[in-house]
Design a protein around this ligand. Structure first.
Ligand code: PLP
Length: 399
């Protein structure tokens, strides 16, 4: 294990409860839940129980929960499925995850701008809405800068300007920190992904409210009430439900503990490193009162962020080089959005926020999670200022 894992927004370690829950379904209870014999019924029972848990966690009825292979499939089913059923124009902001942006592009939809803090530009969204709009997709929390969307305002605007349109929210980065059941209660479709909250990779869910007309994007045996064909990943689904339960049981304490750690990390770096800017510096995390270190350095103003998010810009430092030094020193962090090759590409989120190429290239995401510790923050605070100074000295001596 690294000395400081600060990439929980990419994926977070599995919770022990989630690991324990899945084992029986990888061994003895291996039945296919679509069958009729006892082994099949045993798997189906577990699937039904997991559906009940996820429904409660997401503020939905069990029949409204569709299990998927993760957040990407949930987003694609929401957007592609509604567009296939209803046509019209689908709309999303430019800082959405590619799973939404590319699905909207595939449906020939409209992309609206975001503000400098990364949250949707409500004025631009209002202008884009009309009788032709069939779906609006706005994420609950952003995966790069952690900004929390004003989802209530988005939904009110959509209901007023495009009453026939549905609202989808990608809550993949929200579930660990925010009460998704409450915040997304008025959304028509809600996506989550297990590996962001302590479950396994390759499993997720989409809430589809009863009023939503949806065409499946996967065709086959008609599982998930004909909304998602394919033998369900029973072990993964059961494990996701266990992770959701553990998340819900500890969420308020986790939010307040982790936001305090995040604030200590941010404030410590603002104090120790010259010319560093905290992205979307805010007045606290959503879901918890602000606790921890007093505000120092850059004034905290701007939109709320989730508790685990620390996004910084080190002026004049090449983020890629910094990540290599940090990795050598046992700190795992990231910049931009990881793409499938493992390389990073210039962040479309930061570009959409109006950042210059230099600003995009010098920013780093340090994301904390449910199991982050004070020792990890101490290690990061010891290592990062030295690494930044080393890179700046190198540039200086070359220049
Ligand atoms: N949506 C957001 C906001 C994400 O952060 C991610 C993953 O990074 C996804 C969707 C895709 O989820 P998955 O990795 O489960 O396909």
């Amino acid at each position: 294990m690294p000395s400081a894992y600060l990439d929980h927004a990419a994926t977070t370690p599995m919770r022990p409860e989630a690991v324990a829950a899945m084992l029986a379904f990888l061994t003895d209870r291996f039945g296919n839940p679509s069958g009729s014999h006892s082994l099949a019924r045993s798997a189906r029972l577990a699937l039904d129980e997991a559906r009940d848990v996820m429904a409660e966690a997401l503020g939905a009825a069990p029949g409204q929960v569709v299990f998927t292979s993760g957040g990407t499939e949930a987003d694609n089913l929401a957007i592609g499925g509604v567009h296939a059923a209803r046509g019209g124009v689908v709309v999303c902001p430019a800082a959405e995850h590619h799973a939404v942006l590319h699905a909207v592009a595939a449906a020939g939809g409209t992309v609206v701008g975001v503000g400098r803090d990364g949250s949707v530009d409500l004025g631009e969204l209002a202008e884009a809405l009309g009788p032709q709009t069939t779906l609006v997709s706005v994420m609950l929390a952003n995966n790069e800068v952690g900004v929390v969307s004003p989802l209530g305002e988005v939904i009110a605007l959509v209901r007023e300007r495009a009453p026939e349109a549905l609202v989808h929210t990608d809550a993949v980065q929200g579930f660990s920190w925010l009460d998704v059941a409450r915040l997304a209660a008025d959304a028509d479709l809600v996506s989550v992904s297990a590996h962001k909250f302590g479950g396994p990779k390759g499993v997720g869910a989409l809430v589809v409210r009863d009023r939503v007309a949806l065409r499946p994007i996967l065709h086959g045996g008609g599982q998930e009430r004909d909304r998602r064909s394919g033998t369900p990943n029973v072990a993964g689904i059961v494990s996701m439900a266990a992770a959701a339960q553990a998340t819900l049981a500890t969420r308020p304490e986790t939010v307040s503990r982790v936001s305090a750690l995040r604030d200590r990390l941010t404030d410590g770096l603002l104090e120790a490193v010259p010319d560093v800017v905290a992205t979307g510096a805010d007045s606290g995390s959503v879901g918890a009162p602000r606790v921890g270190a007093p505000s120092v350095g850059t004034p905290r103003v701007g939109a709320p962020r989730v508790a685990g998010s620390c996004h910084l810009r080190f002026t004049g430092v090449e983020a890629e080089a910094l990540l290599v030094l940090l990795d050598d020193a046992g700190v795992c962090a990231s910049a931009g959005s990881a793409c499938s090759s493992g390389a990073t590409e210039a962040s479309h989120v930061l570009r959409a926020m109006g950042w210059t190429t230099a600003e995009v290239g010098s920013s780093v995401r340090l994301s904390l999670g449910w199991c982050s510790t004070a020792a990890e923050v101490d290690h990061a605070l010891a290592v990062i200022p030295k690494a930044v100074a080393r890179l700046r000295d190198a540039v200086f001596s070359l220049g």
